[in-house]
Design a protein. Structure first.
Length: 283
């Protein structure tokens, strides 16, 4: 750690003064032309191997210079790529590997996977593929927003995502469904015949999902639902009745269903309990 501190102090003392004007300009604006994605290996330092100055490259480094495809939950790499292209306006993207890469070597040597390797590879696979036929709730929301506003930019503003992200997600949605939902040829976005047919079902699906969410919330809050009771006649009159009355006043939205069981021997009681197990919640 002391060596790192000493190096930082040396940078402040010797290197920074010589390039103070460059760093001053970079503090207010940066316009790199190249996004450089490389491995974290210590032998591959992008600015060193390309002999570029600070600000010339926009750099991403990770083990194995892996670039996952854009997925349901964008991670650091995909978000940085989007920022470089959409915000910084880079014109070139370089993905630079190197010889004797430890990360790639472990992936290629499939017979020597450790448990940790397998979790890592499974994570990479999941971010690089969208299973055929899988439709995500996010896709439906994005599609409905574009269908409503008939404009990618306005829909992206409402959804609080970037326009390139929205466009890519809609394309992915159409590829998954294997049909074109939107006509992009005119000044405004129009629904295709397939899109117009699908939009009604998509709206209904979202409405049903929201209703289901509210129903689950109501059940958790005991504002609605049902309670199935099993009881014997002995306790019904003087014990169960008053308790049910209090319960009903406290939770009026809960429907109470009672099943009265007859008194019997212990053996028959056990049989009754077995029969009622899937028909009652409380006994």
């Amino acid at each position: 750690m002391q060596e790192i501190i000493d190096g930082f102090l040396k940078f402040q003392r010797d290197a920074f003064p010589r390039r103070s004007e460059l760093f001053r300009q970079l503090a207010t604006s940066q316009h790199p032309r190249t996004l450089f994605i490389s491995c974290s290996d210590s032998r591959l330092v992008p600015e060193l191997v390309t002999q570029r100055e600070p600000g010339d490259l926009f750099v991403i480094r990770n083990a194995g210079n892996i670039v996952p495809s854009y997925g349901p939950e964008p991670g650091g790499v995909t978000a940085t790529v989007e920022y470089a292209v959409a915000a910084l306006g880079v014109t070139d993207v370089v993905i630079c590997g190197h010889s004797d890469c430890g990360a790639m070597g472990r992936i290629m040597r499939r017979s020597s996977y450790s448990v940790q390797d397998r979790f890592t590879i499974a994570s990479i696979d999941s971010t690089n593929s969208l299973e055929e036929g899988s439709v995500l709730l996010r896709h439906i929301r994005y599609f409905l927003a574009v269908a409503e506003h008939r404009n990618f930019t306005r829909a992206a503003e409402v959804l609080h995502v970037s326009q390139p992200t929205l466009s890519q997600q809609i394309r992915q949605f159409e590829d998954t469904l294997r049909v074109q939902l939107l006509d992009r040829s005119g000044r405004t976005i129009q629904l295709t015949d397939a899109g117009a047919a699908y939009v009604h079902y998509a709206q209904r699906a979202l409405q049903d999902l929201e209703a289901g969410k509210r129903a689950m919330h109501d059940v958790q809050e005991l504002s609605r639902g049902s309670l199935r009771l099993a009881m014997t006649p002995t306790f019904t009159a003087y014990l169960i009745g008053p308790l049910l009355e209090k319960y009903n006043r406290r939770y009026p939205g809960i429907t109470l269903n009672g099943v009265v069981t007859l008194r019997s021997s212990r053996r028959k009681w056990a049989q009754n309990v077995h029969l009622l197990r899937n028909r009652t919640d409380l006994g």
